[in-house]
Design a protein around this ligand. Sequence first.
Ligand code: EPZ
Length: 432
Amino acid sequence: MEKYVIRGGKKLSGEVVISGAKNAVVAILPATILSDEPCIVENLPNISDVTIILQILSEMGAKVRMINKTTVEIDPRTLQNVPVPYEKAKLMRASSYFLGTLLGRFHEAHVSMPGGCNLGDRPIDQHLKCFAALGATYNIDGGMVNLTADTLIGNQIFFDKNSVGATINGIMAATKADGLTIIENAAKEPHVVDLANFLNSMGADIIGAGTDVIKIRGVKSLHGTTYSVIPDQIEAGTFMTVAAATRSNILIRNVIPKHLEPITRKLVKIGVQVEQYDDAVRVIGGEDYTGTTVKTQPHPGFPTDMQPQMAAVLTCSKGASMVTESIFDNRFRYVDELRRMGANISVEGRVAVIEGVERLKGAPVKATDLRAGAALIVAALSAEGVTEIYDIFHVERGYENMEEKLRALGADIRKVDEPDPVAAEHTARKAI
Ligand code: EPZ
């Protein structure tokens, strides 16, 4: 059982290079299934979600070859339409992308209901609505989502809910449908645009990604490509909050500053200095911050995936802050953990009220999901004393070499592997 042990209170300095975007690459890798030729994907982050997707592709019969640490070649020609089982699908939400991509290529898909971070109810009704509009029939049987279609025919789809996953699945299935598909109330997140750019680089005909309305004219075939994944907006934003919370001066490289604007705006508002360059931002923490209001919104609003890390910064900002989560039902599970460190936070429904305290104190805490884990790291780095963060496998799903990157900035962080006390007791009992 691995944990992070962090001694907080150190000022950090130096540079950090941001890796490829998790939420883009987890769509792009399954999308290679639509290609008729091998594809090369560059700027691959070394995170466990990528490992799992590559395993799924490989188990389905695709030829997966790492060219170097950040570049993979995927030849999908030998891939068979094998069901994506529960053991893999339960590990991440992005397993749902095999629905759109297998439907697009084989007109049939069988994928176990997707798992991922527990953020409250995460239905897939909009994904299914979209597949049905393109001509597929579906059923859910024994936890398996089954889709079949004789032919896929372009259609006009209006999403009742602005959904990243449904938009990506819709684009993937429509790419090889007959005729024109128009998706309205589409998600505009940078990773939606990246997926569309990737497919266009293989010969797809997708326009409007990044706006509310995306038009996809189906094509018969897609050729191979070499494509570099965009930098991770949320990893960059997380390091911005690390700099803010630890009152440090950090240069964050390999970013698209435009993607960071909603985060930059909030940090500047509370008193953090942010300098923007072409592909980097420098974040200079101040001594005192003021509380503020944060409301998560679809892009270009403040990202829900930065809500816990921003809240961690606000725990030590002067006065009261109000954080409203408008995307997910239950994204405040980290609050109990921050309270263990001395934060003064109360939660009512989708609103958290934070009364700033002078300083957090280290404590044993547990990452309840990926960004919750990131928020605890932010808090621990600024806290007095030692924090132990358990369940860090959540963090490793989405952050490449987090502890190494932080150590290079001067943080006192170690990854420690200690025996699971429950398993150890079990073994001891068996020995008796
Ligand atoms: C994506 O999840 C991201 N995951 C999440 O990142 C991110 O928090 C989320 O988008 C919002 O930006 C990936 O890209 C792999 P949604 P997704 O469909 O696609 C509701 C992280 O930390 N909804 O945009 O699952 C849903 O319940 C993670 O990196 C429906 O009602 O999110 C939610 O309230 C966690 N019906 C809202 O829409 C549907 O069919 C937005 O969800 C689909 C979604």
